[in-house]
Design a protein around this ligand. Structure first.
Ligand code: PAF
Length: 280
């Protein structure tokens, strides 16, 4: 497995693979890899000849007071897992490689980046869109793989790629869950055993919404209320949002009349967790 730290190295390696007719798959990550990331590597390997994984904790997508400093960094273990999984090249740039002195350009995606996560984390999607565009241009992959767990991020990336005519196909892969339903996340590592137990309520509340919907409850304020109660029963009272939106959009709806995504963000102790599920 190649470990590249510079843009020039990645470009040269990708250039020769493409010249040999190979299709390149790309999985952008911030490291601290878990089974969710590895499923993206598997998806890439199933569809492409060579898989590039970037490991870069992007400072511009963290707001002041967020967990940039304590974000888990496990590069050696990440590389071991990636090598085992058949990754071809790991791109691990420094902050200076991505944002050299004098760096000035940022990407603002429009309305899809505004509500929910965008409203709770001002500047977050500006940082995500900027780094994703830069990484896509650096790697020049045929396909890039993102997880459904970050529902709104997947919409932001699709909008970005469409608006900037980036010639990389975006593939969104299903959320991978622990045995008890908790969505895999690098931030789960921050949970103590009590919090880890409480966190099961995220998936439980999303399943409850699905059950209620199946048994005829279509009013989204009622569904959101029941989700909130389910979270509260587990001791989760810090809820950033519970969104019921038309699938494929971030537009809130009053009633479930077709495919609907329920997305939520909560705090369990110091740790912010997100999850989502399609119902209807
Ligand atoms: O989803 C993530 O891990 C990050 O937001 C991404 C896409 C790697 C950009 O830093």
């Amino acid at each position: 497995m190649i470990i590249a730290n510079s843009i020039a190295e990645v470009r040269a390696a990708v250039h020769s693979a493409r010249a040999a007719g190979e299709a390149i798959g790309f999985v952008p990550t911030m490291g601290a890899l878990h089974a969710g990331h590895l499923s993206l590597v598997d998806a890439s390997r199933a569809r492409c000849d060579r898989t590039v994984v970037s490991v870069f904790v992007n400072p511009t997508q963290f707001g002041p007071g967020e967990d940039l400093d304590r974000y888990p960094r496990t590069f050696r273990a990440d590389c071991e897992q990636l090598a085992e999984r058949g990754c071809w090249l790991v791109f691990a740039p420094s902050n200076e490689e991505i944002y050299p002195p004098g760096y000035e350009t940022f990407v603002e995606v429009g309305s899809v980046a505004e509500p929910w996560e965008g409203a709770c984390r001002p500047g977050h999607y500006r940082g995500v869109a900027t780094v994703v565009l830069k990484l896509l241009l650096m790697v020049g992959a045929d396909q890039a793989f993102f997880g459904q767990k970050d529902y709104q991020q997947s919409l932001v990336v699709r909008q970005l790629v469409a608006d900037f005519n980036v010639p990389t196909e975006i593939v969104i892969c299903p959320t991978v869950r622990e045995a008890d339903g908790l969505a895999m996340s690098s931030r789960n590592a921050f949970l103590n055993p009590t919090q880890r137990h409480q966190a099961r309520a995220l998936w439980k509340s999303l399943q409850l919404a699905e059950e209620l919907c199946q048994t005829g409850e279509r009013r989204t304020p009622i569904l959101a209320g029941r989700i909130r109660e389910c979270l509260a029963e587990a001791g989760i009272t810090e809820v950033d949002y519970i969104a019921l939106v038309k699938a494929g959009t971030v537009i809130a709806i009053d009633e479930v009349v077709g495919p609907t995504v329920v997305a939520l963000a909560v705090r369990v102790g110091q740790t912010r967790l997100i999850d989502n599920h399609q119902i209807g």
